[in-house]
Design a protein around this ligand. Structure first.
Ligand SMILES: NC(=O)c1ccc[n+]([C@@H]2O[C@H](COP(=O)([O-])OP(=O)(O)OC[C@H]3O[C@@H](n4cnc5c(N)ncnc54)[C@H](OP(=O)(O)O)[C@@H]3O)[C@@H](O)[C@H]2O)c1
Length: 258
């Protein structure tokens, strides 16, 4: 009888332990409550990211230049969620221009004030440009570089110390297949994305010691392609953002589509 009671207690403890391990593993793979900063959240891929992360319970900081457009996104997100979720995770917004170097430090401070830290920084904002080199004024080359390269790297550098201090975080940058292959009439854009690729590759190597993954995503040209990467089946799971290998596979797939 005593032996039976003991084995019952041990079995119950075993089941409880297994349950706790599984719960912890599930929590690790979830974005519930995770602080996600998205630049260029007012449209396109950034807005799609915002929808997916918001639906999955992340705490969002949405960035862009236009306060009105960002508020519109916040309204759309809050209208699409349950009352309970609204209270937990109403998105915050920070308005600034990535092309204006002197605004970035202050923007980073504002971002950190929202929730005290950043878990995932998605450097998504960017501008495109088409034109032949002969007719493209150098000011255009500079403008594309400021927005697509200097802006994201400045913001990343401003937020890095906080991540390094916590030894936690994930930096993501939306580059382009043109960050890997340069094609005619896209000099400004391709150059900015090549520079982005190189910077974040260096950063990945430097951040390894702190356990901070750095992921470069290189989509092809179509919006449906970007959106399919963020299907509700894949994106709400933190695994998608914390397992760079999986992203590399997506990246290869996107390169093949180009
Ligand atoms: N769409 C594609 O086919 C494709 C393919 C490959 C790579 N990508 C890359 O994916 C990213 C998103 O592209 P998308 O097509 O989704 O872009 P999009 O719809 O044109 O949106 C661009 C976003 O960036 C913001 N933005 C632009 N300039 C900014 C600045 N100076 N400061 C702050 N925010 C700025 C815009 O917000 P405000 O105007 O409100 O400030 C907007 O929210 C870009 O990096 C792009 O290069 C896109």
């Amino acid at each position: 009888m005593r032996g039976g009671t003991l084995s019952l207690v041990l079995t119950s403890l075993g089941v409880l332990l297994l349950y706790r391990i599984l719960t912890r593993l599930r929590q690790k793979g979830s974005v519930q409550g995770v602080v996600v900063v998205i630049t260029g959240a007012s449209s396109g891929l950034g807005k799609e990211c915002a929808k997916v992360f918001h639906a999955a319970g992340a705490r969002l900081v949405l960035c862009g230049r236009d306060a009105g457009r960002l508020q519109q996104v916040v309204q759309e997100l809050t209208a699409s969620t349950s009352e309970t979720q609204k209270q937990v995770s109403s998105p915050s917004t920070v308005v600034f221009d990535l092309a204006k170097a002197d605004t970035i430090e202050k923007a980073a401070e504002e971002i950190l004030k929202c929730y005290g830290h950043v878990d995932v920084l998605i450097n998504n904002a960017g501008i495109s440009y088409r034109g032949n080199i002969l007719d493209t004024h150098i000011s255009v080359q500079r403008e594309v570089m400021e927005t697509n390269y200097f802006g994201p790297i400045s913001l990343t550098q401003a937020l890095l110390p906080s991540m390094v201090h916590r030894r936690s975080g994930h930096i993501v940058v939306i580059s382009s297949v043109q960050g890997k292959i340069a094609i005619p009439y896209r000099s400004a854009y391709a150059a900015s994305k090549h520079a982005t690729q190189a910077f974040f590759d260096c950063l990945r190597a430097e951040m390894e010691q702190y356990g901070i993954p750095v992921t470069v995503i290189s989509p092809g040209t179509s919006k449906p392609t970007c959106q399919s990467m963020l299907s509700p089946e894949t994106a709400p799971n933190m695994e998608f953002w914390t397992k760079p290998r999986r992203l590399v596979r997506n990246q290869r797939m996107l390169l093949m589509l180009f």
